[in-house]
Design a protein around this ligand. Structure first.
Ligand code: 5GP
Length: 198
C-alpha cells in the first residue's frame, strides 16, 4: 500500500472523482476480475476493450469483453501502431487500442478501467499518458494456490504456470501507485472505489 493513500487504520483516504484512466493489474486468482466488474457497476465507469488473439470463452462477445482477432490481424494492428501497449500473456496476445484510450484519458467526467497485465502497465508507465495504477495482490501465495485450485477450471500444469508467473508479477507491485491486498473481496472493492472517488 503506498504511503500517502491510507489512514493510520489502513483504510484508503476517500478521494474526489477525477475520471481519466485506472490501470488494474494482479495475478490470476487475485480477484482482479471481480473487482473490475464491481467498479463497472458505477455508471461513470467504462471498460477499456482490448484486442486479443485468445478465443472467446463461453458467453463472451466481440466488442464487449474483447475485440477478438486472429494473429495475422493482431500483427497488422501492431505494425500500424494501433496499440498504446501490447503483450503476450499465457500464450495469447493482448493490446490496448490507442485511439479510445487517448480520448478517455482526457475525460474528467468518466473513468476508464484497463484490466491489463504487468507488462502492459510497465509500457503505459513509460508513456506520458496520465493514469492511476492499482495492483491487486493475494494475501499469500498459499491463498492464491488455493483459489486457483478451487476454481476447478485449470489443469495442475496450468495452475503451476500461473503461480510461477504470479511471483514475477508480485515483484512489480511496488511500481504501482496503490497496492490492495485482497483478503476480503467486499472490503477490497470498497477500498478501490474510495481510491477512485466512486
Ligand atoms: P484473460 O484472457 O483471462 O481475459 O486475461 C488474461 C490476462 O491478460 C489478464 O491478466 C489481463 O489483465 C491481461 N490483459 C487483458 N487485456 C490486456 C491488454 O490489452 N494488455 C495487456 N498487457 N494485458 C491484457
Amino acid at each position: 500500500m503506498s504511503g500517502n493513500s491510507t489512514t493510520p487504520g489502513g483504510a484508503p483516504v476517500p478521494r474526489p472523482f477525477r475520471g481519466g484512466l485506472v490501470v488494474l493489474s494482479g495475478p490470476s486468482g487475485s480477484g482482479k476480475t471481480s473487482i473490475c466488474s464491481a467498479l463497472l457497476e458505477d455508471p461513470r465507469v467504462d471498460l477499456s476493450i482490448s484486442a486479443t488473439t485468445r478465443r472467446p470463452r463461453g458467453g463472451e462477445q466481440h466488442g464487449r469483453e474483447y475485440w477478438f482477432h486472429d494473429r495475422a490481424e493482431f500483427d497488422r494492428m501492431v505494425a500500424a501502431d494501433e496499440f498504446v501497449e501490447w503483450a503476450e500473456v499465457y500464450g495469447n496476445c493482448y493490446g490496448t487500442l490507442r485511439r479510445p484510450l487517448e480520448a478517455a484519458a482526457q475525460r474528467t467526467d468518466r473513468l476508464m478501467v484497463l484490466d491489463i497485465d504487468v507488462q502492459g502497465a510497465a509500457q503505459l508507465r513509460q508513456r506520458s499518458i496520465r493514469h492511476v495504477s492499482i495492483f491487486i495482490a493475494p494475501p499469500s501465495s498459499e491463498v492464491l494456490e488455493q483459489r486457483l485450485t478451487a476454481r476447478k477450471t485449470d489443469a495442475p500444469k496450468v495452475i503451476a504456470e500461473r503461480l510461477r508467473w504470479a511471483r514475477i508479477e508480485l515483484e512489480q507491485a511496488r511500481l504501482y501507485d496503490h497496492v490492495l491486498v485482497n483478503d476480503d473481496l467486499a472490503r477490497t472493492i470498497a477500498e478501490a472505489r474510495a481510491l477512485l472517488g466512486l
